[in-house]
Design a binder for this molecule. Structure first.
Ligand SMILES: C[S@@+](CC[C@H](N)C(=O)[O-])C[C@H]1O[C@@H](n2cnc3c(N)ncnc32)[C@H](O)[C@@H]1O
Length: 442
């Protein structure tokens, strides 16, 4: 029997976990614990587990999602959106205080739900059950589709909808789910590495909803079933991808497809035509806000360098303010998409495929403004070294993990850059994630 420690949660960490003191003065960090609530916690102090809710926060709201608590994706659903944003801002001010910059108010899209345009779900034969469900005799074995329960590679939190999915995508998701779970073929067993249905990926845009169905290799019967059933799930296009891998990554070889294989969407007035698996901002409305913040902080100039550019969303959105745009990205398909988008929008831009830390030294000319949007771990040491000596007037750092920005920002400040200001953009309401845009000047 685990001992329960009552903890009054008094804030969030910069990555969205609740934190508070127990009676002995120890500071706990507990995922899914809302500020203001009294939580029964256990486990390790630095990574506690929420074992019960002793007293809700005074402004607590009822989470609209039936999978809240089990799925682990939307840990903040018990907090109203304005409270989530106040707490995120407070946590960021602590993490980024060392940069000594002006703090601009957090901003974000108006809506806190129904914003995701991309989802990836897993099939499985073992369902995650809450303690209550277990004691109530709810069966574990069956045919399930949803997210892996946090830390459980073999247990699926079964869902038939998601409050974050864009509405059109949820309709297609429900059709695909109903058809596939009623098919004669087994779902994947992640312990025995047997079964057929593996993953479902959906991407929505103005042109419709694209569905990718990942399976183990199939025969004629599976092919006939897919050809007969996938055309009626309401997707604008679909692809069947077979994978021989037992690893938990949705990757493989396309076997059949039909309909449009790209999803068209607009961002900052630029039309993007995206592959099903290309990196792209998952919250389109929120990304419009993010891009307007980046545009204001970047200003204008001759040459803009967009590092870690993905499909070029930032560089192409800012292109009107620059004579030329130069982008660098390691994912080849993303660079091809960026080039296609630039061509059809008539934007003067060059996109290079490769690692930022390697290609930086080969740039033909010095930029006026550099935008960096690195992955969560932040800048590679060689990229950071190049940026510390870069003659650009402005450096705009877009961070999806504030502690990486705090670390890289310190190194930039020590090398002579000054952090003027930063602004958080809440791209991921209901979750602990938040984006920060920081402006550095010489
Ligand atoms: C946070 S995403 C930013 C994407 C883009 N700026 C956007 O807004 O859509 C980070 C991108 O960096 C790329 N990436 C990661 N490490 C890289 C590296 N060392 N060199 C080049 N690109 C890298 C990833 O493929 C990914 O597209």
């Amino acid at each position: 029997m685990r001992s329960l420690v009552p903890v009054r949660i008094d804030g969030l960490t910069s990555d969205g976990m609740g934190t508070g003191l127990d009676e002995r003065g120890r500071r706990w960090v507990v995922p899914g614990a809302p500020p203001g609530a009294l939580i029964a916690t256990g486990g390790r102090v630095r990574r506690g587990v929420r074992l019960g809710l002793l007293e809700p926060a005074s402004d607590a709201v009822v989470p609209p999602c039936p999978a809240f608590g089990a799925c682990g994706g939307c840990q903040l659903q018990e907090m109203p959106l304005d409270r989530q944003r106040r707490e995120k801002q407070r946590a960021l001010e602590k993490t980024l205080g060392g940069l000594g910059a002006e703090v601009l108010p957090l901003t974000g899209a108006a809506s806190g739900y129904r914003y995701r345009n991309k989802m990836e779900l897993s099939f499985g034969n073992a369902r995650y059950l809450s303690g209550e469900e277990l004691h109530g005799g709810v069966p574990r074995e069956g045919r399930w589709l949803g997210m892996h329960a946090p830390g459980r590679f073999d247990k699926i939190v079964n869902i038939d909808g998601c409050t974050l999915m864009e509405p059109a995508m949820e309709l297609v998701f429900r059709e695909a789910r109903a058809a596939i779970l009623a098919s004669p073929f087994p779902v994947w067993d992640n312990r025995a590495f047997t079964g057929f249905w593996r993953y479902l990926r959906l991407r929505s845009g103005e042109s419709g909803v694209h569905v990718s169905v990942y399976t183990a290799p199939g025969g004629e019967a599976e092919a006939a079933w897919i050809d007969a059933h996938l055309p009626s799930i309401g997707a604008s296009g679909w692809v069947w991808v077979e994978t021989e891998s037992t690893g938990d990554v949705a990757r493989g070889r396309a076997r059949t497809m039909a309909g449009a294989q790209e999803v068209v969407t607009h961002l900052a007035g630029v039309e993007h035509s995206l592959d099903a698996d290309a990196f792209f901002q998952v919250n389109r409305e929120g990304a419009e806000v993010l891009l307007s913040v980046v545009a204001v902080l970047s200003g204008t100039g001759r040459l803009l360098l967009d590092l870690y550019c993905g499909t070029g969303a930032i560089g192409l959105a800012l292109a009107r303010g620059f004579e030329r745009v130069f982008g660098v990205e390691r994912h080849e398909a993303a660079v091809e998409a960026a080039r296609r988008t630039a061509r059809s929008a008539g934007i003067e831009a060059t996109f290079l495929v490769g690692d930022v830390e390697r290609l930086l030294t080969e740039l033909p000319e010095a930029p006026d403004v550099v935008v960096v949007d690195p992955p969560r771990n932040g800048l590679h040491a060689n990229a950071l070294a190049w940026l510390t000596g870069c003659p650009a007037k402005k450096l705009v750092y877009v961070a999806c993990k504030a502690s990486s920005l705090a670390r890289d920002g310190q190194a930039l400040v020590q090398a002579g850059w000054r952090c003027r200001s930063w602004r958080a953009v809440d791209l991921f309401p209901q979750t602990g994630h938040v984006e920060v845009v920081a402006l550095f000047e010489r």
